[in-house]
Write a protein that binds this ligand. Structure first.
Ligand code: TPP
Ligand code: MG
Length: 340
């Protein structure tokens, strides 16, 4: 995704990127946030039934997705992966039509639950409701890539709570034994709904578990977009060159309640919530790019206008699209022509 002819200031050079990459990365973080904020408004206005938010995770998602090859590699994401899906090719319209469950929603034509994004066109596996099953899907894709010798990498993402599911042990063990081109990303936001990490894990870091599979376990500050990028690039290179999987644990913050059906002030103190705001990747990345002279006022103003236009357009399109025809509800469940 890098423009190899562009300007390269010292910040971009420090991570082997160009200034334009950094601006584009910032654009995805900001677009994901703006779409997410719009979703909450639409939910509270009674237009969409359910929001499960990526706010606080966007920096890690953009940084980690960036080194993957579009239309070549695969991602099996989870419900918070709005920025991941955008970075890998989905559009603002695709996200909101999924939220409205319209007939033309590319994720599933309105068949999936809200927040269950997917894109055949962009190699994004449809989100599964039972958490952690996506790891098995991604490991299967990685196995196929190895057998076929395609050079593809499969990456999956999930929360730290989901990482305790049995599927993770089975899939990770298999991927490690067979040195599959696979990257396992845990976006650790410290909670599984209302359950704090200390009640989910007996260890401080999910990354510690990597040793049990004989693979590297890397901890990265999920508010630091470029640190996430560097960790991901290394893991992807390792996977592609045949050295097997890596576990990346990105320590992120969950800025919203678990979902629009949750109220986090019931289980998190005002002090804790205020401290979390300090780790918001959006203003942190913006300041970093401003200080490096990459994000000028002119560029920031242009991006803000573009993003507002994209979010308004996505809302208008999703509002205008029709619902799926109930007669098609069983399509893709059973064979089309067997009389059922
Ligand atoms: C197998 C399974 N068990 C429980 C649930 C209900 N559930 C949905 S999200 C969630 C919390 C997951 O927490 P975590 O993995 O930390 O991700 P986060 O939501 O914090 O990003 C639970 C328990 C589910 N969807 N699937
Ligand atoms: Mg969590």
């Amino acid at each position: 995704m890098t423009d190899r002819t562009g300007k390269q200031g010292s910040l971009a050079a420090s991570v082997g990127l160009y200034d334009d990459d950094l601006v584009q990365m910032y654009r995805y973080v900001a677009l994901a946030r703006a779409l997410d904020e719009r979703m909450w408004i639409l939910n509270r206005a009674g237009r969409i039934p359910f929001v499960i938010s990526g706010q606080g995770h966007e920096g890690a998602q953009v940084g980690i997705t960036w080194p993957l090859e579009r239309h070549q590699d695969w991602i099996a994401p989870f419900y918070r992966s709005i920025a991941t899906c955008l970075t890998f090719g989905m559009e603002a319209r695709d996200i909101l039509t999924a939220q409205y469950a319209t007939a033309l929603d590319p994720s599933s034509g309105g068949r999936q639950m809200p927040g269950h994004y997917g894109s055949h066109e962009h190699n994004i596996v449809s989100v599964s409701s039972p958490v952690a099953t996506q790891l098995l899907h991604a490991v299967g894709i990685a196995l196929a890539a190895k057998i076929r010798g395609t050079g593809q990498v499969a990456l999956t993402t999930m929360g730290e709570g989901s990482s305790n599911q049995g599927d993770v042990h089975e899939g990770l063990n298999f991927a490690a034994i067979h040195k599959l081109p696979f990257v396992f990303v845990v976006e650790n936001n410290g909670y599984a709904i209302s359950v704090p990490a200390a009640r989910q894990l007996a260890v401080a870091d999910v990354a510690d578990r990597a040793a049990g599979y004989g693979i590297p376990g890397v901890i990265v500050d999920g508010s630091d977009v470029l640190a996430c990028y560097a960790a991901s690039r290394e893991a992807i290179e390792r996977a592609r060159s045949g050295d097997g999987p890596t576990l990346i644990e990105a320590k992120v913050t969950r800025l919203t309640a678990h979902s629009s059906d949750d109220q986090q002030t019931k289980y998190r103190s005002a002090e804790e919530l205020a401290a979390e705001r300090e780790r918001d990747p959006l203003p942190l990345f913006r300041s970093q790019l401003e200080e490096a002279g990459v994000l000028t006022e002119e560029i920031a103003t242009r991006l803000a206008a573009e993003i507002k236009l994209a979010v308004d357009d996505a809302t208008d399109v999703a509002e205008a699209q029709v619902d799926p025809d109930p007669a098609t509800a069983m399509r893709f469940v059973y064979a089309e022509d067997d009389g059922r």
